[in-house]
Ligand binder design. Structure first.
Ligand code: G6P
Length: 381
C-alpha cells in the first residue's frame, strides 16, 4: 500500500493529525447510533461471540511498548467501569513466568502490528498451558490489533480491529489512541453486560466519547505552533520527568517513551505520588517536569506533587484544562486540553505529549520516523 506524507514533514506528524479521524472511525464502527439509556441492548457492538466475555472473573493483558501503556489504561477502565480485576504484564516477562491459572480468565494480547514476537509467544504459552482443560479453566483469548490479517489474527479466535490504518512512524501515535478506544468500548460493553454502571453514567460516557474527535482537533489546531515554539527551549535538556496519577499515570509513561524513542533524551514517567520516593532526587533547574493534571479524583493531589517539584527549581509544564486557575498558578507553561470526564481524558492528554516529543526531536534534526536502534515491529525475541 502506498502511503504518502501529504505535505507533512514526517509520517509521525501526519499520523498525529489522523487521530481525530481514527477515533471517529472507531465510534462509527462500534457504537450503535440509535442507542439510548432505556434501550434493552448495549450501546457497543464489538461483534464478539458471547462466550468470550461471559462470567469473567479475571482479565490478564499481555503487550509490549506503547501497547503495554494502552493496556494500563485498559486495566483502569476494566476495573473501574466493569469491576473486573485485571493484570497487565510485559509479554516478555509473562512468557517465562506466567501467573497461576485462574478460572474464567480472559487473556488479551494487545499489539498494533499483530507480529511482536514476545506478545505472540505469551499468547501461545497461555493457549498451550490451558489446552485440554475444561471450562472454567480453558483458554479464552482476545486480540486487540490494527492488523487483523496478522499472525495474531490467526492465533486467537476473537479480535477487536482498531481500524487505525497503516502506521509508518516507528513511534506509535494513532494506533495507541485506537487501542485506547478499543478498551473504552470493551469496558463499556462489559459494564453494560454486568450492569456495573447506571444507565445515566453509561450515557454520559458514550456522549463523552462522541465529543473526543472534535476535542482532539481543537488541541491540534490551538497547540501545535505553541508547542513547536516551546520545543526551542529544550535544545540542551538532557532529562525530563513526566508525572501523572490514576488513569493518567500510563500517559506519563507514554509521554516519556515518545520523547526517549525519537529525541534520545532521557525521560522518566512516574506516578506523581511516588516521586518523593526517589526521582525527586534528580530534580533541579535543568530537569523540566511535565505534569498531567486533570480535574477528577486526584487533581489536587497532582497539583501539590507538582508544587513539590517547583520547590526544587524544576521548570513545570502542565497538561491541564485552560480554565483551571489553580493549575495556571502552579505551572510555568501550560499545554491546555479541553475540560473532560476524567476517565476519558487520556485520549486528550496524550496529544500535547506526542507533539512535544515530535517537535523536540524535529528541532534537533533527528530522523523522527526511523529512530536509531528501533524497529516498527520486533519479530524476534
Ligand atoms: C516496537 C515499536 C514500539 C511498539 C512495540 C510494540 O518496539 O518500536 O513503538 O510499541 O514494538 O509493538 P506492537 O506492534 O506489538 O504494538
Amino acid at each position: 500500500v502506498m502511503v504518502e506524507k501529504q505535505g507533512f514533514k514526517h509520517y509521525m506528524l501526519k499520523e498525529i493529525y489522523e487521530q481525530p479521524g481514527v477515533v471517529r472511525t472507531c465510534l462509527e464502527v462500534y457504537l450503535r447510533p440509535e442507542w439510548e439509556p432505556q434501550a434493552p441492548y448495549s450501546p457497543v457492538q464489538l461483534g464478539l461471540a458471547p462466550a468470550v466475555l461471559a462470567d469473567l472473573e479475571f482479565i490478564q493483558i499481555v503487550a509490549c511498548g506503547t501497547s503495554w501503556h494502552a493496556s494500563l489504561v485498559g486495566k483502569y477502565l476494566l476495573e473501574q467501569l466493569a469491576n473486573i480485576p485485571t493484570s497487565v504484564q510485559y509479554a516478555s516477562e509473562f512468557r517465562y513466568a506466567p501467573p497461576p491459572l485462574l478460572p474464567n480468565t480472559l487473556t488479551i494480547g494487545v499489539t498494533q502490528s499483530g507480529e511482536t514476537a514476545d506478545t505472540l509467544a505469551a499468547l501461545e504459552m497461555e493457549l498451550s498451558r490451558r489446552q485440554g482443560l475444561e471450562p472454567p479453566l480453558s483458554a479464552r483469548l482476545l486480540g486487540i490489533t490494527n492488523r487483523p490479517e496478522s499472525t495474531l489474527g490467526q492465533l486467537v479466535p476473537a479480535i477487536i480491529d482498531t481500524h487505525a490504518g497503516i502506521e509508518i512512524g516507528v513511534a506509535a501515535t494513532k494506533t495507541f489512541v485506537a487501542q485506547l478506544m478499543a478498551f473504552y468500548l470493551l469496558s463499556l460493553e462489559l459494564a453494560w453486560q454486568r450492569q456495573t454502571l447506571g444507565g445515566d453514567r453509561l450515557a454520559e460516557l458514550v456522549a463523552g466519547l462522541r465529543q473526543l474527535p472534535a476535542q482532539i482537533e481543537l488541541i491540534l489546531e490551538s497547540q501545535e505552533r505553541y508547542i513547536e515554539a516551546l520545543s526551542h527551549d529544550f535544545s540542551d535538556t538532557q532529562d525530563f520527568i513526566f508525572l501523572g496519577r490514576g488513569i493518567n499515570f500510563p500517559i506519563a509513561l507514554e509521554g516519556a517513551l515518545k520523547l526517549k524513542e525519537i529525541s534520545y533524551i532521557h525521560a522518566e514517567g512516574y506516578p506523581a505520588g511516588e516521586m518523593k520516593h526517589g526521582p525527586i532526587a534528580l530534580l533541579d533547574a535543568k530537569v523540566p517536569v511535565v505534569t498531567i493534571a486533570m480535574p477528577g479524583s486526584v487533581f489536587e493531589k497532582v497539583l501539590s506533587n507538582a508544587q513539590e517539584a517547583r520547590a526544587r527549581d524544576a521548570r513545570l509544564i502542565g497538561v491541564t484544562p485552560m480554565a483551571e486557575v489553580e493549575a495556571q498558578h502552579t505551572f510555568d507553561d501550560l499545554l491546555p486540553v479541553p475540560e473532560v470526564d476524567e476517565l476519558l481524558s487520556p485520549i486528550l492528554t496524550v496529544i500535547p505529549l506526542q507533539l512535544l516529543a515530535y517537535h523536540i526531536a524535529a528541532r534537533r534534526g533527528l530522523d523522527v520516523d526511523q529512530p536509531r536502534n528501533l524497529a516498527k515491529s520486533v519479530t524476534v525475541e
